[in-house]
Unconditional design. Sequence first.
Length: 130
Amino acid sequence: MTTQQRFAAIYKVISELLNIIDHADSVYILKQAARLAREGMEDDGWMPIETAPKDGTEIWGYREDSGPLLVRYTSPDAFLTDSELEKLDEESAFAEGWFYADFVDGGRLDGSEVPTHWQRLPSAPAEDAQ
């Protein structure tokens, strides 16, 4: 189920609840929830990078000049080998920031290189998918 489909299902349930509830506070809260769900149905899944997880989770990052890229917020000590870490000073080895990965290498993203938006990676295919 896509994010838009989830929001559509939530919107449907909220709409049905609005038809049977008449307590003013509950109606107000449900209307606000319906508005947020409706906005979610229209959203394509990209969120501001400031809301991205900063726990090492790999996500899709997006920059207008490069399009989607695989990124995570972490520090070099989380993915470099011991021999690679020995080449870095201690401050650089443990400095957190945004990093990209590609088929050849990866690296730190600083300043204007940092993605502006993000979204979660898709779920793995179901076992029975062919």
